[in-house]
Design a protein around this ligand. Structure first.
Ligand code: NAP
Length: 286
């Protein structure tokens, strides 16, 4: 079984970005700038934000983190977003989700200037994606496609099943696979027999958010299995939505957890920031 190593692919993406950052710095006399907003003190969110900050610094991008208290009001968050939206030195903005109770992610997505939407999650970014003219793509779905491309996994003409239909993961992955000419089926929590559907597929992307939901019996021999799920199991160990250890000798290729899709999400965030910076600096942002 081929191990689809997200760390290797993420490194490849970062290496390419490093050159683009240097070129940008040379042309515009400043680095691309990602502003990250963290509201509250959720420990997992703090780790994600720290990792994103470090990743930016490693390739020469500027990252500023705006820490707001969990008691921040909608008006205060709006004011910060207004400031970042109009700050000509900021290229990308990311609001770390989930937000504390009382603050709405939907409102953030409506407030954020789509030209600075580093996560590719605003309704404008979604609309362009659906129209086949993506400006930036949502990071995790984009990461999944980059892994398939890097390992030259054929997608065109294949049958693919996506388990999960969230706006940020399942739906856009299904869309990107369709754009890549796969024939795609989407399963969700109301699908009566998920295994009966996934067993038909050449490629299965699992994003159900349910630890170790699927195993060997749910995939046909030779299937390609991409596991988006990520769950803490206690003691610092992580697992995905797939029982990875069952796949050896059965699947043809699979992503591990950790070290599969996860590293790609941050790499694609950096890439989105780079794209937004170049578009704005060159004066052709939509
Ligand atoms: P989500 O918003 O909770 O969506 C889960 C989706 O899975 C829903 O569409 C749900 O169906 C479906 N589902 C739930 N249980 C199911 C079951 N037993 N069988 C079939 N479908 C089922 O989660 P998400 O944000 O899409 O994230 C999914 C997973 O990916 C989570 O584990 C998350 O932590 C992980 N994730 C990882 C990364 C990364 O960088 N690696 C990034 C983002 C997310 P309904 O629509 O019917 O409720």
């Amino acid at each position: 079984m081929l191990l689809l190593d997200g760390k290797t692919v993420a490194q490849h993406v970062r290496d390419q970005l490093k050159t683009r950052v240097q070129d940008f710095q040379g042309r515009f006399r400043r680095p691309p700038h990602l502003a990250v907003v963290l509201v509250g003190a959720d420990p997992a969110s703090q780790v994600y934000v720290k990792n994103k900050h470090i990743a930016c610094e490693k390739i020469g991008m500027l990252s500023t983190v705006h820490n707001l208290a969990a008691t921040t009001t909608e008006t205060e968050l709006d004011a910060l977003l207004d400031r970042l939206n109009t700050d000509s030195g900021v290229d990308g903005i990311l609001v770390q989700l989930p937000l504390p109770k009382g603050l709405s992610a939907e409102r953030v997505l409506e407030k954020l200037d789509p030209r600075k939407d580093a996560d590719g999650l605003t309704y404008t970014a979604m609309g362009y994606l659906w129209a086949g003219r993506p400006f930036v793509k949502p990071c995790t779905p984009s990461g999944v496609m980059r892994i398939l491309e890097y390992y030259k996994i054929p997608v065109a003409g294949k049958t693919a099943v996506v388990v999960g239909r969230s706006n940020i993961v399942g739906k856009p992955i299904a869309h990107l696979l369709t754009e890549a000419n796969a024939t795609v089926t989407v399963c969700h929590s109301k699908t009566p027999d998920v295994g009966a559907v996934t067993r038909q597929a050449d490629i299965v992307v699992v994003a159900a958010g349910k630890p170790r939901l699927l195993g060997k019996e749910d995939f046909k021999p030779g299937a390609v299995v991409i596991d988006v799920g990520i769950h803490g199991t206690g003691g610092g160990k992580l697992c995905g939505d797939v029982r990875f250890e069952e796949l050896e000798g059965h699947a043809s290729a699979a992503t591990p957890v950790p070290g599969g899709v996860g590293p790609m999400t941050i790499a694609c965030l950096l890439e989105n920031t780079m794209i937004l910076a170049e578009k704005r600096a060159e004066g052709n942002a939509r």
